[in-house]
Each structure stands twice: as structure tokens, then as C-alpha cells.
Ligand binder design. Structure first.
Ligand code: GLA
Length: 398
């Protein structure tokens, strides 16, 4: 079964699952349930931490967190998916690099949010959290941001905090960066918090200005296929951090605050000339920013079919210049194109995970099966796929 289960039924079932799980484990009813989505990034990869532009939309795949107060100062987190519970006192929450900190586990994405809220001076007390998620882990669909943003939304309501949406995204990112130890940008948490249904979110990661761009693909007979290559990745490891460091080095050599500020690419590349690696990294970021700006213009005019070549160019740039794709991902992208995709690219941080393909409506299974066959022939694990519906950001659902 590669198609998403009936989304409405699944949603209701999972909400009940966390409510029942909460009642069973905590012996009392949850105060509510909060949901935050995973995302795909339509275009604009590794641009967020270069003060550039991104264009994600939220998925129906999401994390749901049932939450309630405790009388003590403990945070007790249960995953219905893993059937595991982690318990820690608020004062014992320490970032990954604190002396004696224990190795990070899944629950840290949730407990890290309480740490980040307290660090920012917000009052939070002990809580029970029961979570269930349908965002696949390590697939580049922001499973961790979904957990974080649902937790932040829950804490804001439970403790009556006044935190606007962009600051919620910042706090969730802080949990990921400083508490878990993954040096990511703001893309995922902004998408999971700020996206709205039927729209893609255009964001300037420097000014934090956002625009909701209507995304009626069906109206032009198109849809987005999301295919998980089942090549898991992690941002806690070194490659993501290495890309980030290279970008910072390049910006330093060019005398700009961030690669977003490069206005003359040829001149910049000439300056970096002796360092081939920095030339390639810089070329990716600068051209990718340009592609996002072109994509947002096309999307604003409803010219979605014309996004195809931009998606293709983005993939080539990630493959050859940023060097963050892997053979499974490249094969999936090529096969999608051979089977009717107007354009396709890896989405997310890279080194595995998912591709997105812009396809004629109704051809998702056909394209997915063609990729599955190509994977089988190459000896790769079977991929999974679904078609994406631009969905809402973090919110209370019960
Ligand atoms: C990961 C990070 C984001 C962003 C993307 C690449 O998803 O969490 O901040 O850098 O990679 O675009």
C-alpha cells in the first residue's frame, strides 16, 4: 500500500489514539491535542541558513501531541509509535553539549522545547505528553520539526504564553540546534508553524517576511508526488554541518554577511577561484536563491507547469555543486522524469530522504511504480510514495 490511507479517517483515529493513550497512561483526560505537520520544500534548499529564500508547504502527515499539566516538575513523554516513555525533571533538562549530558533520544525533540521556552524566560511547569506521528523519520520531511512545533503549540496554550508564530518557530529551532545539537536553519520549524492549507509559504529567511502563495495545482491538472527513497539520513552527523561551514567560509572570504548578499556571481566565483569546493557551494546557494525568486513569481501567476525546469535545475545544482544527493535519490529523480514528471528534485537536507516530482494529476502510482521497478533492478530497497496536499501549520485540534 503506497497510497496515503484515507486522510480524514486516519486523522480522527490518531487523535483518538493519543487521547486514549493519554487517559490510560496518565489516569486523567488530556487538556487537549495539538498537531503540527511535516513539510516538503518545493524549492530553496540549503538557502535558509544563508539568509536566503525558501518555499515549503505543509503535509497532511503530522505529529499529534496530547498534553496535560502535572502537579510536579517532571516532563513525561510517551511515544505511541515506539511504545516508550521518557521521564525527566525540568531542572535536569540540559543541552547536548553540557558536561555529562546523556546521548540524545527521540524524546529530546519534545523536552528540548520546554528547555528552550524556559531558557527564553517563559514559565512552564511539569507536563505529560503523549505523541503519535505519521511523518516518516529520517526521510527529509521534518519529522523532528513536527514534534517540536506541536509541543510548542501545546505549551503556549497550556501555560497561556504569548508568543507569536515566528517566535514559536525560533524556539522550536532553538530546541533542535542548541538542545538536540542539529545545526539546522529555520525552514522546517517555520514551515511546520506558519504554513496554511492550499498554500505554499514563501519566506525571506533574513527579513522573516512571509507570503502565503495559493497553490492550486489541481486547477491546472497537476500534483506533487513525494517519494521516500528509504535512504535514511540525519542532520546530527557531519555532512550538513560541513556544508554550512563551507558557506560561512565563502561568505567570509567574499566579505559579505551571508551568501544571500552575493550580487555578482561571476565576480564572487572568480574571487573564490582557487578553492573549487567553495566555488561549487557558493554557486549552488546563489543560483538556488534565484530559482526560488523565479518560482514564486510563476506560482503567484498560477503557472505551475513552468516550475518543472526550475525543479530540475535545483536537483542538478544539489547533485553537482552542493554534492548532497545520493545514487538512490538521483535514480528516483531521473526515473520520475522519464515517466512523465515535468520536473523533479530531492527535497530536504540531503544525503537520502525524499524526492518531489511535479506530475500530471492521477499519475502518482504510475510514476511511483516505475521508480520502484528501477530501484528493484538496481538492488535498492523499495521506495514508498504519496501525493501531497498543501496543509495547515501547527494548531490545536481537540
Ligand atoms: C534541513 C534543515 C533546514 C534546511 C534544509 C535544507 O531540512 O533542517 O534548516 O537547511 O535541510 O534546505
Amino acid at each position: 500500500m503506497n497510497q496515503a490511507p484515507d486522510a480524514v479517517a486516519e486523522h480522527g483515529h490518531r487523535r483518538q489514539q493519543v487521547l486514549d493513550g493519554f487517559a490510560e497512561r496518565c489516569g486523567t483526560a488530556a487538556a487537549g491535542v495539538w498537531e503540527a505537520p511535516g513539510r516538503v520544500n518545493l524549492i530553496g534548499e540549503h538557502t535558509d541558513y544563508n539568509d536566503g529564500f525558501v518555499m515549503p508547504f505543509a503535509l497532511t502527515r503530522s505529529a499529534m501531541v496530547a498534553a496535560g499539566h502535572r502537579e510536579d516538575d517532571r516532563v513525561v513523554v510517551t511515544s505511541m509509535d515506539l511504545d516508550e516513555t521518557v521521564e525527566v525533571a525540568l531542572d535536569d533538562l540540559v543541552p547536548f553539549d553540557a558536561p555529562g549530558a546523556r546521548p540524545r533520544v527521540w524524546a529530546d525533540y519534545l523536552t528540548g522545547c520546554l528547555w528552550a521556552l524556559r531558557e527564553a524566560g517563559h514559565h512552564v511547569g511539569g507536563v505529560n505528553l503523549v505523541v503519535a506521528s505519521t511523518v516518516p523519520i529520517g526521510a527529509g520531511l521534518s519529522s523532528s520539526a513536527a514534534l517540536e512545533c506541536a509541543t510548542i503549540a501545546a505549551m503556549v496554550d497550556l501555560f497561556g504564553l504569548e508568543i507569536d508564530l515566528i517566535d514559536r518557530a525560533h524556539l522550536a529551532r532553538r530546541a533542535e540546534n542548541a538542545y538536540v545539537g542539529a545545526p539546522t536553519g529555520l525552514l522546517d520549524q517555520a514551515a511546520s508553524t506558519l504554513c496554511t492549507s492550499s498554500h505554499t509559504l514563501f519566506m525571506d529567511c533574513r527579513t522573516l517576511e512571509t507570503t502565503q502563495v495559493p497553490m492550486d495545482l489541481a486547477g491546472v491538472g497537476l500534483e506533487i508526488l513525494v517519494l521516500d527513497t528509504n535512504t535514511p539520513h540525519s542532520h546530527v552527523d557531519g555532512e550538513y554541518a560541513a556544508r554550512r561551514a563551507a558557506c560561512e567560509r565563502a561568505a567570509g572570504l567574499l566579505g559579505v554577511a551571508a551568501l544571500r548578499d552575493v550580487t555578482d556571481l561571476d565576480e564572487a566565483l572568480a574571487t573564490l577561484g582557487p578553492d573549487e569546493e567553495l566555488v561549487r557551494r557558493t554557486r549552488h546557494v546563489v543560483t538556488e536563491n534565484q530559482r526560488v525568486l523565479e518560482a514564486v513569481e510563476l506560482a503567484r501567476e498560477g503557472r505551475f507547469a513552468e516550475l518543472g525546469p526550475l525543479l530540475d535545475q535545483s536537483h542538478t545544482s544539489m547533485r553537482d555543486d552542493f554534492e548532497i544527493t545520493v545514487p538512490t535519490v538521483d535514480l528516483a529523480v531521473e526515473t520520475a522524469r522519464e515517466h512523465g514528471a515535468l520536473g523533479a528534485r530531492m527535497t530536504g537536507g540531503g544525503f537520502g530522504g525524499c524526492i518531489i516530482a511535479l506530475i500530471p494529476m492521477g499519475t502518482g502510482d504510475q510514476v511511483g511504480r516505475a521508480i520502484a521497478e528501477a530501484f528493484a533492478a538496481a538492488g535498492y530497497a523499495a521506495p514508498e510514495w504519496f501525493t501531497a496536499v498543501p496543509s495547515a501549520g501547527a494548531r490545536r485540534i481537540a
